[in-house]
Design a protein around this ligand. Structure first.
Ligand SMILES: Cc1cc2nc3c(=O)[nH]c(=O)nc-3n(C[C@H](O)[C@H](O)[C@H](O)COP(=O)(O)OP(=O)(O)OC[C@H]3O[C@@H](n4cnc5c(N)ncnc54)[C@H](O)[C@@H]3O)c2cc1C
Length: 385
């Protein structure tokens, strides 16, 4: 059993907090209103090297590990910002790192580490397949030294702000494989030079730069296949623990922002000649949200420590995602209620963060699917679907 003592990464936290201070609520509010991408913020994070913290030193990253990455993302969210514009630059490359050839890694990872190339689009979800990933219909057919790709993805976030995309496609039809998880393959698509790719933004309830992507006879060099043909489902699953731990840390950051905001307001706002926070009906929901977020944070840190030690952590990563998403939503609801009518005013940032943090019970994975995972794979209950 590895040590799981929480690593506080205090210096990283302080440096990220200083960087985020340059991007206050007005910045995020303005972008939110126009659904604009936070280009300057992403550039600042890239320049400071934070997005390369999971890339090993030999490829130009800092190789700090996932506990440090959680500290970075938590601080961004705790400051009132949002890491979703670029968090995938940290972890999508993990599939390439773990399953790519030596040649692929030395070609692609250094420019990803420096930020010269952005690999922050991840095309898995499709409109007709939903959570049932093995039902995807995007196909890649080998023709000589190339694959020809046809199909459609949905919710491919940041595709307009990415040079590369990691794509999951079927290379053998589902009715011709022994297991439905076989016959799926992962490709690195160079979006700068991909004829036949059409990207259409989807406007959502929050500022998220998500899109639909259509592939019509898109030719990709066979050299861009990651790992072995037909084994892609396993490669994608391998990357999901990192994604869940990192996004859970964003939820912890959100929860801490909401709790700090509510606590400050409850002390200052005077109604009936006393601070509203003197009423137990106001203070207990704050205390409850605090307890929930601290408990969830312990699970995030435990999952991160196991991950960094190279131990199995699917159970912990899933529970971290579940508990942190619930804690951030509980905190959001509490914060809005604590502020009464002012919680609905855009200038307080609460309604924006409220919309933003609601996502995490649906994406990257829906809460039900985490519960189904725990029920089946941890508790040994019959598979429900
Ligand atoms: C803003 C945003 C950004 C996203 N970014 C990306 C991205 O970059 N790349 C990417 O590939 N995907 C992305 N996604 C997709 C995301 O991962 C999916 O939306 C999510 O996994 C849920 O899938 P679905 O929307 O197809 O829901 P569905 O699979 O259609 O499910 C709908 C509802 O039914 C429930 N459900 C379905 N089956 C079961 C079952 N067997 N038991 C119990 N409940 C069930 C689900 O939990 C859910 O509540 C994003 C989504 C959003 C909204």
């Amino acid at each position: 059993m590895p040590a799981i003592a929480p690593s506080d990464n205090a210096e990283i936290r302080a440096a990220v907090a200083r960087l985020c201070a340059g991007f206050p609520g007005e910045y995020w509010r303005r972008l939110d209103a126009g659904r604009e991408y936070p280009t300057e913020f992403v550039q600042a994070l890239t320049k400071a090297g934070y997005l390369a913290c999971l890339i090993p030193v030999e490829y130009g990253g800092s190789g700090l590990g996932i506990a440090a990455a959680t500290a970075i993302l938590e601080e961004i969210h705790k400051s009132g910002g949002n890491g979703a514009a670029c968090h995938a630059q940290m972890y999508v490359m993990g599939t390439l790192l773990r399953h790519g050839s030596a040649e692929q890694k030395s070609r692609w990872l250094p420019p990803i580490a420096s930020g010269a190339l952005r690999l922050q689009a991840f095309g898995v979800t499709e409109p007709s397949a939903g959570t049932d990933t093995t039902a995807i219909q995007t196909i890649a057919v080998r023709q000589g030294d190339r694959y020809v790709i046809n199909g459609q993805k949905v919710w491919t976030s940041r595709a307009e702000h990415s040079d590369l995309m990691l794509l999951l496609a079927r290379t053998t039809p589902r009715d011709r494989v022994a297991k439905r998880t076989d016959g799926l393959s992962v490709f690195l698509i160079d979006l700068r030079d991909a004829r036949g790719v059409a990207i259409h933004p989807i406007r959502t309830m929050m500022n998220h730069a998500t899109t639909q992507v259509f592939f019509e006879n898109v030719e990709v060099p066979a050299a861009n296949l990651i790992g072995e043909e037909g084994k892609g489902f396993r490669y994608i699953l391998d990357g999901m623990n990192a994604e869940r731990i990192l996004i859970a840390s964003e939820c912890i950051g959100d929860a801490r922002w909401f709790i700090a905001k509510a606590t400050g307001y409850a002390k200052d706002r005077v109604v009936f000649d006393r601070p509203i926070g003197q009423n137990q009906g106001v203070q207990f929901p704050i205390a409850r949200a605090y307890a929930a977020s601290e408990a969830a944070d312990l699970m995030v840190q435990r999952a991160a420590a196991l991950y960094d030690a190279g131990e199995a952590c699917a159970k912990e990563a899933n529970m971290a995602m579940l508990l942190a998403a619930e804690a951030s939503w509980q905190s959001a609801d509490m914060c809005l209620q604590t502020h009464g009518g002012f919680g609905f005013a855009a200038e307080y940032d609460i309604e924006r963060k409220f919309r933003e943090t609601r996502l995490y019970q649906v994406a990257p994975i829906s809460t039900n699917l985490i519960l189904a995972y725990l029920a089946e794979h941890v508790l040994g209950l019959p598979r429900s679907y």
